[in-house]
Design a protein. Structure first.
Length: 575
C-alpha cells in the first residue's frame, strides 16, 4: 500500500499513528470516530480547553473550541478536541480548597503534555479561563514545543451596584465591611447577586486578565484576542483565526521556543508592570521560562517592573476593568504605548509569524480616554509592583503598591500559622492599625500549595485597615488584592525561613521605596531561634497535594515541580 500523507507528515509526530502499514490499527480507531482517509493524513491539531461547569470563567470555552476547529479544518488540519481540569480561585478561596489551586497549574501542564504526547499531535491550540489554567497551558506549549496558539476565554462583564461597577473583589471586601458592621445583611446579599452578571473570568486586572495580557505580550496569542468579553460573539472570530494560525505555524515551523525568549519574557513583565497586574505573574513567568530553559527569577521580573512606567489605570489599584480596556482597543493599545515609549522589544517573533512591532504597526492609542496613558505622561514613573529583600526575606518577596499612599511601614508582628486563623481574627475585629499580620506555613511546600489570601486581605481592606495594616505571607495573593500586602516570602516557613521564626510583638520594618523588609532582631537572637526551630508536618500526607510538596521548588523560581528544558535530552516536537 502507498504511504499516503508521508510527505506532509515526514517530520510531524502524527506520522507514528497515521502513516504506513504499521499504523493500520491506529487509523482504524480514527475511522471509528468518523474521520475520513483524507482527514487522517492531515496534520493532527490538539484543541485543549479547560471547559467545565465549575465557574463562569470556563463555561464558554466549549463553544469557542468549535470555532477553533473550524479554522483548523479550513486550513487543512484535523482538530482533536480534549479537555483538562481547572480549579477556580474565586470558589476555592478562603478555605482548604485553595491548596489545590497552584497545584492545578502543574496538573494542567502535565495532563496536556501527556495527551499531546500520547496521541502524537502535531500542533496545539489551548483555550483557558481561570487563573492557573492560563500559565498551565502556556507551560505545556513551551514544554512540548509543537507549533501552538493560546486563546484566553475572555473576561466577565462588570456588575452594577448603586451606579458603580463592581467585581468579585468587591464581594470579598464586602464581607469585611459586613463583619465591621458598616453594611447590612441585605447590602451584602445585593452585592453578591450583581457582582458577576455573565460568563467569563474575573473582571479587573487580576491574575486571569494579567496572564491574558502576557499571552499577547509573549506572542503566544493573536493580537487583540485577549480582552474581548467572554460572551461576545467576536470571540468566535479569534477562535477561527487561531485555528488558521496554528496551521500557518506548522507550515513555517515556528515553535513556542522561537517565540518565548528572554526578550519576549521581558516584554511580558513590562506589560504586567505597566497595567498594575497581579503579583502572581512573578510566579508564572519564571515557570514558563523554565519550560524553555531560560533563567528568569523573581529578581529579574521585579527589576524590569521598577524600570517600567505605570500606564494602565486598572482595578484593583485603579479605576477600570477589562471591559473598559477592550472598549479603548485592548492589549494592543498598551503594547503600542510601550513600543512608542521604547519599553518593548519590537523584534520578537509572535504566533502570527510577524514581529510584535509589525503586529502593532497600525495600532493607534486613542485620545480622550484615561484607561491607558502614554509613557511620557504615566500614572507613575515606576511600577505598581515591587520586590523586597532583607533578613525577613533573603530570597525575596513581592508587593503590589498600586493605590497605596503609604509605602513605609513599621509595626508589630501578629503571627498565624494558617490563613483560617488569621481570617477569624480579622472577622472578630482583633486586628488593629499598626499590626503586621504574619500568615506562614502557606508556602509551596508548607501549605502545601501556596494559597492565595484574598478572603483575608479583602476583609482587612473592607474594615478600612488597608493603609494601616501590613499582611506578610509565604503564600500568595489574588490579583484582586489591594492594601499593603507582601507575598511569596522566601525562604518559606516550612524550610526554616525567617517568617517561621517570628514571634508576636517582633518589630517589622518595610520600605517599599528602597525594596527592603526586615525584622528588628539581633543576629544572635535569629541564630538562637533557628537552632530551636523544628519542621512541621502538614495534614496532606498522601495524594496529589502530598506529591506536589515533595517536588515543588521555591517561589522565586516559579514554584515549579520539574527541571524544565535545561535538563532535556530531546524535545517532544522532534520525535
Amino acid at each position: 500500500m502507498s504511504d499516503k500523507g508521508s510527505n506532509i507528515k515526514s517530520k510531524l509526530p502524527s506520522r507514528y499513528v497515521s502513516v504506513g502499514s504499521k499504523s493500520a490499527p491506529h487509523r482504524s480507531m480514527y475511522y471509528a470516530m468518523g474521520l475520513t482517509e483524507e482527514e487522517i493524513y492531515q496534520p493532527f491539531i490538539g484543541v485543549a480547553t479547560t471547559w467545565n461547569e465549575s465557574a463562569p470563567c470556563n463555561i464558554t470555552l466549549g463553544r469557542q473550541a468549535q470555532s477553533v476547529k473550524i479554522g483548523v479544518k479550513e486550513s487543512g488540519g484535523t482538530p482533536r478536541e480534549f479537555t483538562t481540569i481547572t480549579v477556580t480561585d474565586g470558589i476555592a478561596m478562603g478555605h482548604e480548597a485553595m491548596k489545590s489551586s497552584l497545584v492545578s497549574r502543574e496538573i494542567i501542564a502535565d495532563s496536556v503534555e501527556l495527551s499531546v504526547r500520547g496521541h502524537c499531535y502535531d500542533g496545539l491550540v489551548g483555550l483557558a479561563g481561570c487563573d492557573k489554567s492560563l500559565p498551565g497551558l502556556m507551560m505545556a506549549m513551551v514544554r512540548l514545543n509543537v507549533p501552538s496558539v493560546f486563546i484566553y476565554g475572555g473576561s466577565i462583564l462588570p456588575g452594577q451596584y448603586k451606579g458603580e461597577d463592581v467585581t468579585i473583589v468587591d464581594v470579598f471586601e464586602a464581607v469585611g465591611k459586613h463583619a465591621a458592621g458598616t453594611i447590612s445583611d441585605n447590602d451584602l446579599k445585593e452585592i453578591e447577586q450583581v457582582a458577576c452578571p455573565s460568563a467569563g473570568s474575573c473582571g479587573g486586572q487580576f491574575t486571569a486578565n494579567t496572564m491574558a495580557c502576557i499571552s499577547e505580550a509573549l506572542g503566544l496569542a493573536l493580537t487583540n484576542s485577549a480582552m474581548t468579553p467572554a460572551i461576545y460573539e467576536e470571540r468566535d472570530k479569534y477562535g477561527i483565526e487561531s485555528g488558521k494560525a496554528v496551521m500557518n505555524l506548522i507550515s513555517k515551523n515556528i515553535r513556542p521556543r522561537d517565540i518565548v525568549t528572554l526578550d519576549s519574557l521581558k516584554n511580558a513583565a513590562v506589560v504586567v508592570a505597566a497595567t498594575g497586574g497581579s503579583t502572581n505573574a512573578a510566579l508564572h513567568l519564571p515557570a514558563i521560562a523554565n519550560e524553555a530553559g531560560i533563567k528568569f527569577s523573581l529578581r529579574d521580573v521585579v527589576e524590569i517592573y521598577q524600570k517600567t512606567p505605570y500606564i494602565g489605570d486598572m482595578s484593583p489599584g485603579g479605576k477600570y476593568v477589562a471591559k473598559d480596556l477592550y472598549d479603548v482597543g485592548g492589549v494592543p493599545v498598551v503594547i503600542k504605548s510601550l513600543l512608542d515609549g521604547g519599553f518593548i522589544n519590537g523584534d520578537c517573533i509572535t504566533t502570527t509569524g510577524n514581529t510584535i512591532a509589525e503586529n502593532h504597526k497600525t495600532t493607534i492609542v486613542p485620545k480622550n480616554q484615561d484607561v491607558v496613558y502614554s509613557c511620557d505622561k504615566p500614572l507613575s514613573e515606576h511600577s505598581s509592583v515591587v520586590g523586597l529583600w532583607g533578613n525577613l526575606a533573603e530570597d525575596g518577596c513581592i508587593s503590589k503598591i498600586a493605590g497605596l499612599n503609604k509605602l513605609i511601614f513599621n509595626g508589630k508582628a501578629k503571627c498565624f500559622d494558617c490563613e483560617e486563623d488569621a481570617l477569624t481574627a480579622v472577622l472578630k475585629n482583633e486586628i488593629k492599625a499598626g499590626d503586621a499580620v504574619i500568615i506562614r506555613y502557606e508556602g509551596p511546600k508548607g501549605g502545601p500549595g501556596m494559597r492565595e489570601m484574598l478572603s483575608t486581605t479583602g476583609a482587612i481592606y473592607g474594615q478600612g485597615l488597608g493603609d494601616t495594616v501590613a499582611l506578610i505571607t509565604d503564600g500568595r495573593f489574588s490579583g484582586g488584592t489591594r492594601g499593603f500586602c507582601i507575598g511569596h516570602v522566601g525562604p518559606e516557613a516550612a524550610v526554616g525561613g525567617m517568617i517561621g521564626l517570628l514571634k508576636d510583638g517582633d518589630e517589622i520594618f518595610i520600605d517599599a521605596i528602597k525594596g527592603e523588609i526586615n525584622v528588628n532582631l539581633s543576629d544572635e537572637e535569629i541564630q538562637k531561634r533557628k537552632s530551636e526551630w523544628k519542621p512541621r508536618k502538614t495534614n496532606h500526607n498522601s495524594g496529589s497535594i502530598w506529591k506536589y510538596a515533595q517536588t515543588v521548588g521555591p517561589a522565586y523560581e516559579g514554584a515549579v515541580t520539574q527541571p524544565g528544558a535545561k535538563s532535556e535530552t530531546h524535545v517532544y516536537a522532534d520525535i
